[in-house]
Write a protein that binds this ligand. Sequence first.
Ligand code: NAD
Length: 502
Amino acid sequence: MSSNRKHEPIDWHGAAAKLSLDGRMFVGGERHPALGEETFDKRSPIDGRELCPVARCREADIDRAVASARQAFDDRRWAGKSPAARKKVLQKFAEQITAAGSELALLETLDMGKPVQYSLAVDVAATARCIAWYGEAIDKVYDEIAPTAASALALITREPMGVIGVVVPWNYPMIMAAWKLGPALAAGNSVVLKPSEKSPLTALRLAELALAAGIPPGVFNVVPGYGHEAGEALALHMDVDAIGFTGSTRVGRKMLDYAGRSNLKRVYNELGGKSAFVVFPDFADLDRAAKTIAGSMFFNQGESCNAPSRLLVHRDIADAFVERLAAEAPAYRPGDPLGGKAPMGAMVDEGQLDTVLGYIEAGKSEGARLVTGGNRVDADSGGFYIEPTVFDGVDNRMKIAREEIFGPVLSVLRFDSEEEALAIANDTSYGLQASVWSDNINRAHRVARALRAGTVHVNCYDEDDISVPFGGYKQSGNGRDKSLHALEKYSELKTTWIRIDS
Ligand code: NAD
């Protein structure tokens, strides 16, 4: 699919009708069916249409992919290249991603339901930027010499780890993969990527683009399939050196167990969240705060790990704030994801739709007040759409305040003091992100320090740059994606002592 001329709107429906889809696995630089020839059907959440059969990889396929990755690592066809040479290839890979932007955006939207204009402007752009950034960085990272006695030279060097298993979710399929691929490939590793069974298509296409850009065969392999089959086999594999996982806390727990039961591979977990957005009465611009939380909460249909799903607002301004939210939220009503204008698209599948509707019922039955939304809409399209939903009068002990909903449902909780706000904000098993809104500089710093989260925003939300780490405290995970720190996850640290005789 060629990209559009400037200012000419893309006919996404027309483009979708012409798109050719390929769900076969990608191993050793080639497409293959799964060894057992098994497939699963991939349906689009936007209208229920069948997209294509996708290879259902099982243990034997994972063995094949890991063997290919191991051979590529051992013969150093990628690891042995200079950082400057790897940089050039990764930059080319990023250029290929940008050039195939319309096609990748369409695949992402058909697969998981987000509005196509965001797939293009956010997902494709961030994926290309991430790959290019790690390429750019890798020939500027130096190793170390320790300050030992003069009788020795102690070198501290970083080496690629080997074969990295990557297991990712469906909410930002390309970006989540890129956050692992960028540092893992830049550092010289080989990768076996298992995308979510709900969104396998862009990962497979990315592997083809990587090969075309010069990433040698076997260095980047993609094995679609179910979590309990392909994902489990990859995480249990004795020849995989580390797992970069993004997904639910439930499966993150399993990843640690798989490592314990196999070769003690490193496990980097990036997990769920229930992030607090805390608004104090000394913050003047309530309109901006209300617009910000609505935008961040309802972006990507609320299917974001860092969605600010708990709004904590001081009782003195709570009514005024909820009034603003009630006016803001309906503007996010979902629409046709291929139309190019809808602010929200479809939930990823019927299961997720039912889960979110179940939480909405739980909110009502536990006594929260439904302010707006709460319903499935456009069911006759065959797709899975839910209105932006706001509950007021939520207590932090309610299910909708404690559990990650992963849909467009915002809970409003009221507080009377800074102390109470902090107690509520930190009373969660998660610790991914948080936000404090205050015009008092002392309070803003005090609260930002006390919030137990990997990222804290002050008078903003969803700030994003590839140069800063992303990850959580507590049960939101143990790793950090993005930034130079992510290179550490996929590198071994080696000490070499050299004796110097006098
Ligand atoms: P999930 O945990 O169900 O699945 C994630 C991946 O794990 C998928 O590829 C799946 O096939 C695989 N998997 C499932 N069961 C497995 C098993 N038994 N063994 C091995 N692999 C298995 O999560 P999801 O529903 O795809 O994604 C939503 C979750 O991801 C949310 O909790 C969200 O917060 C989290 N997430 C976190 C971040 C972050 O950076 N912290 C970013 C995006 C999403």
